[in-house]
Ligand binder design. Structure first.
Ligand SMILES: Nc1nc2c(c(=O)[nH]1)N=C([C@H](O)[C@H](O)COP(=O)(O)OP(=O)(O)OP(=O)(O)O)CN2
Ligand SMILES: [Zn+2]
Length: 137
């Protein structure tokens, strides 16, 4: 069986990603009333979590996708079918939500997995997204 130490494997960085979703309402109250997003509306949010690791764990994982289950549970229990501006202590722009979710992953998931968080991307729609890139640690 080949392994990454074989010379046929080029040097480089491996990343993995998994996409989660939740449904939620929100409004952005700081926007002027004429802005459509100052009014209550909803999104089918998609959250992409991107991880890396300097070495792979057997059988060749950055992190087992299944080990990200606690993050899905957090989204399901805390954000799904909620009004985000009521349950989050900040104005729920995509940018703020991406940064917040990155913080949750670093605090609550990273200690238990081999991978390290690279970025979190939050999509409000198919065409609109914000990405938070974690500073090199
Ligand atoms: N940089 C950001 N801009 C906006 C955000 C945001 O989080 N970050 N959020 C909103 C609203 O929540 C809005 O629901 C999404 O904006 P928009 O892409 O304009 O919505 P539409 O899907 O309706 O886009 P159309 O291209 O007009 O169909 C606003 N801006
Ligand atoms: Zn919105």
């Amino acid at each position: 069986m080949n392994s990454p130490s074989d010379s046929s494997f080029p040097l480089g960085t491996l990343t993995i990603g998994k996409t989660f979703d939740f449904e939620a309402g929100h409004r952005l109250p700081s926007l002027p009333p004429e802005h459509k997003c100052s009014h209550q509306h909803g999104h089918s949010y998609q959250v992409e979590v991107i991880l890396t690791a300097p070495t792979l764990e057997a059988p060749g994982f950055v992190t087992d996708f299944g080990a990200l289950a606690p993050f899905k549970k957090f989204l399901d229990t805390e954000l799904d079918h909620q009004n985000l501006h009521e349950v989050l202590p900040f104005e729920p722009t995509s940018e703020h939500v991406a940064q917040f979710l990155a913080g949750w992953i670093i605090q609550n998931l990273e200690p238990d997995i081999p991978g390290r968080l690279v970025a979190v991307r939050v999509c409000e729609t198919e065409r609109s997204w914000a990405r938070f890139d974690v500073e090199q640690r």
